[in-house]
Ligand binder design. Structure first.
Ligand code: SF4
Length: 300
């Protein structure tokens, strides 16, 4: 483990990374802001009724409408009752295309390349389908393409990709030979914002099919968004780490996104512990299948 740690520690610090959609607020700033609001409210005089208001006119009697079983056309444009549903139940209301689970690799890649199922198709440069060994035992899943991924059409490029590749190398893994890497979302959200729930729901059938085709023995979910999307929860990454979860029958280990690790060096050791848990989970999966040690496809 000392050698593996040193491999990780060799990595330089990349550009400062800020979680999409998050704006840092200094401690106490919220309280100050609230105090200002209270003061402003207190200083604003209440409007005073100075004269009697005219009595509102009586509403006209309802006009009888012809009975019809057909709802108005705009009845489906908005589903306000979904506001009360748990977020993942709301996302489940998006209808999946019928035939994605029947597509082979080439047909699936072509379907994604031409996909217009959500608004993210409008500003993408490339779809980011996935990369690596399509029969790998290990599958890594991230959240959504960033700027470089959008330009190159490949997940995890740039500094974060280099860090990921070095961490994988420490486990005798690589995207060239025995790992498959994909994202939950295949098109870049504009301005690197977080994907919306309906976008996740519309794109998820593609990831589901990729998992069906790869048939991994272990999945590593990288980053809170990817983990929440796979596990259908809103838990913190701290509470999801260090446990074995499941996605469609495959064990899932949750760890930090490599881009986060670039600026949070203190969490690199935790990420390494997560990968060791993934390795042990992989070994157990092989043992359960009766695969002898040394005959495994991926990992130490
Ligand atoms: S993000 Fe997914 S669902 Fe949306 S357009 Fe791209 S491939 Fe299609």
């Amino acid at each position: 483990m000392a050698l593996d740690e040193s491999l990780i520690e060799e990595l330089g610090i990349g550009p400062v990374w800020v979680r999409r959609g998050m704006v840092s607020v200094a401690p106490g700033e919220e309280e100050r802001s609230a105090a200002v609001q209270v003061v402003q409210t207190a200083e604003t005089p209440e409007p005073v009724e100075t004269r009697q208001q005219p009595k509102p006119a009586e509403p006209p009697p309802p006009v009888a409408q012809p009975e019809s079983d057909v709802p108005p056309l705009d009845a489906y444009d908005d589903l306000p009752w979904t506001d009360d549903l748990p977020v993942h139940a709301e996302a489940a209301l998006v209808e999946a295309p019928d035939d994605v689970h029947t597509l082979d690799w080439d047909a699936l890649a072509e379907r994604v390349a031409n996909c217009e199922r959500c608004r993210l198709c409008e500003r993408r440069t490339n779809t980011v389908f996935g990369v690596g060994d399509r029969e790998a035992d290990w599958m890594l899943i991230g959240e959504a393409p960033g700027e470089n991924e959008d330009k190159q059409g490949e997940p995890f490029v740039g500094q974060a990709g280099k860090l990921l590749d070095n961490m994988l190398r420490a486990l005798s893994l690589s995207r060239e030979s025995n790992v498959y890497i994909a994202n939950v979302i295949k098109c870049r959200p504009p301005g690197n914002r977080n994907p919306e729930l309906d976008e996740v729901a519309r794109c998820e059938p593609y990831l589901q099919r990729q998992v069906e085709l790869v048939k991994p023995k272990v999945i590593v979910a990288m980053g809170r968004f990817a983990a929440q999307s796979l596990l259908k929860n809103e838990a913190s990454i701290a509470s999801m780490r260090a446990r074995v979860h499941e996605y469609r029958g495959v064990p899932v280990i949750v760890t930090y996104h490599p881009a986060y690790l670039l600026r949070s060096l203190q969490d690199k050791s935790k990420a390494w512990a997560d990968l060791c848990l993934a390795r042990n989970t992989y070994r157990e999966a092989l043992a359960a299948l009766g695969v002898e040690q040394g005959a495994e496809k991926g990992g130490l």
